[in-house]
Design a protein around this ligand. Structure first.
Ligand SMILES: C[S@@+](CC[C@H](N)C(=O)[O-])C[C@H]1O[C@@H](n2cnc3c(N)ncnc32)[C@H](O)[C@@H]1O
Length: 490
């Protein structure tokens, strides 16, 4: 997605003008306008046009851009990562402050891939736990870092912030404001068409915050408008923090919040191995010891309803994570020879998780992986479809189906319970609850955290309808359903 290590997407002037209009940047009177990574200065220029008496200050790392941007304000040629925003000497430090712009659109992982040094230094963040935590994660967004840096350094001052950013960055910033008790008075988000303005395939927005340190407590809800242009006045929904979780529809959430509680069952994620070419097969590998071979389903199979007929197989060399594999040499010599034959690929897997672990380890498995029944859902799709996965036929008899790491599931031994839980998860009440929590634009909208929030037995479902649906689900899956057991459970 990034065009270079500077996440350089210069804002068209028309867009900058509209952003400042929506931000209601005052058109008269002294105001301070700060743009942390101003590029050629589209925002400074729009601010100058809108309010010629404003005092404008920009920073950018690109010397050529700085030359251009100096037409519209005072611009420092500096690196934002090492520049403290409180060091700026303003002619009128009491004038209302507006921190605006469009920080780089690039992630730490992308910078690493490019071998770039344009990355925030990891030290010197004592007293800034939010930033320290962000930098400690393997893949953070530089834009998120810059917004948090500005909010942290300028803490204690009232200000209005307006930033073009990825939508998930806006969410993360609000969560961090709530955690760090930065006094947010108002927050709003206006989606933009990133393809049209930046030729970028991302969910992006104009994100605004009003910070008022005088407030007794912050307001951690975001008004999500239809879009920056025609729909700027229309609020489509409100996101907000409940406890420590951000919910995607505060008003809908209030209606179903009784179901927000710990899940009565532990959600699991599927198997990860980082070597599909070695561990996965499109036909049953007759030449390997069959007790290590399982039918495999991926999230897409679950989502598309292909769960009753797995068409792949997976080699699972351990029963649980960390278990010794050396015995395979004697207990399953064909599997061992096969793995040794692919040792170069397996020993070079990048993820830290395999380091200092038994050779040929896989990850994300345990007894639950081999449960005969699973209630499963894809984490990656834009709809939550729950399926009851039963054992599948193999040339060596029925075997538990293994799900890959794009799935989440609940393991079951009891088919009545599994069918009942599938029916509850599919109920309109549960789906409404999920809708109120989920962010469909996220890479992995359905997460273990979200699922673990659903207190399945507290949903206001009609119990006899659920039991009837469960009976039909069990019949469709070809498993036993005991009406008395169902009534006892639900
Ligand atoms: C997405 S562009 C936006 C530019 C400008 N704000 C605009 O709206 O047109 C990001 C800008 O960040 C600048 N930049 C990237 N890394 C920087 C750094 N470490 N310090 C200062 N500026 C940086 C780039 O030069 C680029 O101009």
């Amino acid at each position: 997605m990034p065009n270079n290590e500077f996440g350089d997407f210069q804002t068209p002037l028309a867009l900058a003008r509209r952003c400042l209009e929506v931000l209601a940047l005052p058109q008269h009177g002294p105001i301070r306008v700060l743009e942390p990574t101003c590029g050629r200065g589209a925002f400074l220029r729009a601010a100058k046009e809108r309010n010629p008496t404003s005092i404008r200050y920009g920073i950018d790392i690109n010397a050529d851009y700085v030359q251009v941007a100096r037409n519209y304000g005072t611009v420092a040629h500096a690196n934002i990562f090492t520049r403290n925003l409180t060091d700026i000497s303003w002619p009128d430090p009491t004038a209302p402050l507006f921190v605006i712009g469009n920080p780089p659109w690039v992630t730490a992982a992308e910078l690493n891939r490019m071998g770039s040094n344009n990355i925030p230094p990891k030290k010197n963040y004592k007293g800034m736990p939010g930033i320290a935590a962000l930098l400690g994660s393997s893949n953070f967004d530089v834009c998120e870092y810059i917004i948090l840096k500005a909010l942290t350094e300028l803490r204690g001052q009232p200000l209005r912030l307006g930033m073009l950013c990825k939508t998930h960055v806006a969410r993360n910033v609000l969560v961090e404001c709530a955690r760090a008790r930065i006094q947010v008075a108002t927050a709003a988000l206006y989606p933009i068409n990133a393809r049209r303005w930046f030729n970028a395939e991302v969910d992006a927005c104009w994100f605004t915050l009003t910070i008022d340190p005088a407030l007794p407590q912050g307001n951690y809800a975001i008004d999500v408008h239809e879009n920056l242009f025609e729909g700027a006045g229309k609020i489509a929904r409100r996101w907000g923090i409940v406890g420590t979780t951000l919910v995607s529809d505060l008003d809908a959430y209030q209606l179903v919040r009784s179901a927000d509680g710990p899940s009565p069952y532990t959600w699991r994620s599927g198997l990860k191995h980082d070597a599909a070419r070695v561990f996965e097969f499109t036909s049953f590998p007759e030449n390997l010891e069959s007790e290590y071979i399982y039918p495999l389903l991926k999230g897409t199979d679950v989502f598309r309803g292909r769960h009753q007929h797995p068409s792949r197989w997976v080699l699972v060399p351990q029963h649980k994570f960390g278990e010794d594999t050396a015995h395979l040499q004697y207990t399953a010599p064909k599997v061992w020879r096969y793995l040794i034959g692919h040792a170069a690929a397996l020993d070079n897997r990048k993820s830290m998780i395999y380091r200092n672990r038994p050779r040929f380890s896989v990850f994300g498995h345990g007894d639950y992986t081999f449960a005969p029944l699973k209630v499963s859902c894809s984490g990656m799709h834009k709809e939550s479809r729950f399926q009851l996965v039963t054992q599948a036929k193999t040339p060596r008899g029925a075997r538990p189906v293994v799900l890959d790491d794009t799935c989440y599931f609940l393991p079951f031994e009891n088919s009545t319970h599994a069918a009942l839980v599938t029916a509850i998860l599919r109920s309109p009440e549960c789906q409404a609850f999920i809708q109120s929590l989920v962010f469909w634009d996220a890479k992995r909208p359905i997460t273990k955290k979200l699922l673990s929030h659903i207190d399945l037995f507290a949903l206001p479902c009609d119990r006899s309808t659920i039991r009837a649906t469960a009976a039909a689900i069990a019949a469709d899956a070809g498993v036993r359903f005991d009406a008395d057991e169902a009534t006892e459970l639900f």
